[in-house]
Write a protein that binds this ligand. Structure first.
Ligand SMILES: *Cc1c(COP(=O)(O)O)cnc(C)c1O
Length: 243
């Protein structure tokens, strides 16, 4: 199967999962995660109608962006950063990306806000939550002081819109194993909504092997890499790159 066929198949599976959960398929966005794959793969997906992409490293995307710029301007394609970002790269990230879905500290939010103000941009961000409390993963603790501080700071983060929450749950062999974590994020989002007065409409959760479960649990954006672009070719042993 080529990229267009895989995209069509995933969209179909998303629609089936949505209907099973009594939801409308158009409520759920498909983000194609193109990290480690070449610009040519992105262009192939754009040609198949895909408009939302996720990349996890500023440096890597900076290298690809020029190659895809022309096609992107014509097709209104958007790129979000979904990987951990160091505060000192915030300005570069704001320049390159349409959204940052992996905000995991107040300091980073402040840096992104400053950079967005300087560039005259408004940036949509998601707060990344470490639902499994795993030491190797980034994200704020579900009931952490820092999470509350970040939401309390919204009024002075004038160039950011905190649009919702994102999570990468602990890996489980069976997709069903992720259900409890997805549910936990949805319930946390409800509590944060009440507490902060923000809409927090976005729930970014679900990847190649568990996106259907995530949709059943309320996901508004599934981030799918492998099932669209094929396996990522990392030198083993692979660790998610930190930046
Ligand atoms: C790589 C990545 C994905 C996509 O994972 P697949 O299993 O390839 O679908 C989704 N979200 C984040 C944050 C990622 O880093």
């Amino acid at each position: 199967m080529n990229i267009a066929q895989r995209l069509a198949e995933i969209r179909e599976r998303m629609a089936v999962a949505a209907r099973r959960a009594g939801r409308k398929p158009e409520e759920i966005a498909l983000m194609a995660v193109s990290k480690t794959h070449p610009a040519a793969a992105i262009l192939e997906a754009v040609a198949a109608g895909q408009t939302l992409f996720g990349e996890n490293r500023v440096q890597e995307f900076a290298g690809k962006r020029d190659e895809v710029a022309g096609a992107l301007a014509a097709a209104k394609v958007k790129f979000h950063l979904i990987g951990h970002l160091q505060s000192n790269k915030a300005a570069k990230a704001v320049e390159l990306f349409d959204g940052v879905d992996s905000v995991d500290s107040l300091r980073l939010a402040e840096r992104l806000n400053e950079a967005a103000e300087r560039l005259g941009k408004r940036l949509d961000v998601l707060v990344e939550i470490n639902v499994g409390g795993e030491a190797a993963k980034s994200g704020l603790g579900p009931e952490s002081d820092e999470l509350y501080k970040l939401l309390d700071a919204q009024a002075r983060l004038t160039h950011l819109t905190i649009a919702g929450c994102m999570t990468v749950p602990p890996f489980t062999e069976e997709p069903e194993g992720a259900r409890g974590y997805f549910r936990e994020l949805r319930e946390l989002r409800e509590r944060l909504r009440v507490r902060s007065g923000l809409a927090l409409a976005e729930l970014s959760m679900g990847m190649s092997h568990d996106f259907e479960v995530a949709i059943e649990e309320g996901s508004t954006c599934v981030r799918v890499g492998t099932a669209i672009f094929g396996a990522r070719d990392y030198p083993a042993p692979y660790k998610e790159p930190r930046q």
